[in-house]
Design a protein around this ligand. Structure first.
Ligand SMILES: [Zn+2]
Ligand SMILES: [Zn+2]
Length: 338
């Protein structure tokens, strides 16, 4: 088969790779219904993470089970399944507490920008739907695999509840879906921090009540102003830089909650400065697996349409253009047809 391989900064190639095969008896092989590019793929693409060797890309996936290993019990050939970017057993103590991305057996799932994918720990990792969904629902279901699951965790970890005042830092796909998640959890006021018109439009469609264009300390000051000097109850940090992290912390009221789901790059927190903010901090790689069953239901019953973040669709062989469009912010998120 052919799939996406990153060789170095700005160098993604669509090239021949070995077909995935069962390696462990707990593996499954799935035929992907579609694939996509993640905001976090842009870190190595831009050279922010060194690429030591050619790396197969992609970690968001849904599709049809083609083959299972001999120890797989619940997942069956022919089922439509969704999983997340870390495989997990869903049975160890960390999984049972709902932190499957800290599973004692966690294994990254890589190489999903391709027609076929090997998923380890299939029974714990994959969630199957009752029926094979129609093609029209695939973008919405694919979004559940990472960006929606991550946005949902951002809202949950920041304790968003009915009536909350929420601010969202970051207008990438995760930030936009964090807005949708906060809305679903009953937030009354949702302040989106965005400078891009198309993204502001989708933010409002997903439930944002206000838009703030200022960034950094100015952005935090603007949130304070909009909340009568108090600060937001919950601030969802969906970027991962030093500036965005302090923007989030300083926009939060004392006793409020900051969640952070953007992979941190160069973030340093000064203990003494943090001490006097009185905020709760909770973040990390989103345990998407915890939320999959509920989020899949919300998509299947038509309550939410997270797939609207895909504003560019390309065939898989044009994956390099998909990266370029996202890097240049011409696209929020690229869907790749397999
Ligand atoms: Zn991702
Ligand atoms: Zn586990």
């Amino acid at each position: 088969m052919k799939g996406a391989v990153l060789y170095g900064p700005y160098d993604v190639r669509f090239e021949e790779r070995a077909d995935p095969a069962i390696v462990e008896p707990t593996d499954a092989i799935i035929r992907l219904s579609a694939s996509c590019i993640c905001g976090s793929d842009l870190w190595p693409y831009r050279g922010a993470n060194p690429v030591k060797k050619p790396s197969p890309m992609g970690h968001e996936y849904c599709g049809i089970v083609e083959e299972v290993g001999r120890d797989v019990r619940t997942v069956k050939k022919g089922q439509f399944v969704i999983g997340s970017f870390f495989a997990s057993d869903n049975s160890c103590p960390h999984c049972r507490h709902g932190y499957q991305t800290s599973c004692m057996q966690k294994t990254p799932v890589v190489g999903a920008q391709a027609p076929w994918l090997r998923v380890p720990l299939a029974d714990g990792t994959l969630v199957a739907t009752r029926d094979v969904p129609p093609a029209s629902l695939i973008p919405n279901l694919l979004a559940v695999s990472d960006v929606l699951g991550t946005g949902w965790f951002a809202a949950d970890a920041a304790n968003v509840t009915k009536g909350s005042t929420v601010a969202v830092v970051g207008d990438g796909a995760v930030g936009l879906l964090a807005i949708l998640s906060a809305k679903c959890m009953g937030a009354e006021r949702i302040i989106a921090m965005s400078r891009h018109e198309a993204r502001q439009r989708l933010a409002r469609e997903y439930g944002a009540t206000d838009v703030v264009t200022e960034r950094g300390e100015e952005g935090a000051a603007r949130i304070k102003e909009l909340t009568k000097g108090v600060g937001a109850d919950s601030v969802l940090e969906c970027v991962g830089t030093q500036e965005s992290m302090w923007q989030a912390i300083h926009a939060t009221r004392p006793g409020g909650y900051v969640s952070y789901v953007g992979v941190p790059h160069g973030v340093q927190l000064d203990g003494a400065k943090l001490f006097y903010t009185h905020v709760h901090l909770h973040g990390g790689p989103a345990p998407v697996r915890r939320y999959l069953p509920d989020l899949i239901e919300l998509v299947l019953d038509g309550t939410i349409e997270p797939g609207k973040v895909f504003d560019l669709t390309l065939p898989l062989d044009q994956v390099a253009e998909g990266y370029k469009a996202m890097d240049e912010r011409r696209a929020i998120k690229t869907l790749l047809t397999t």
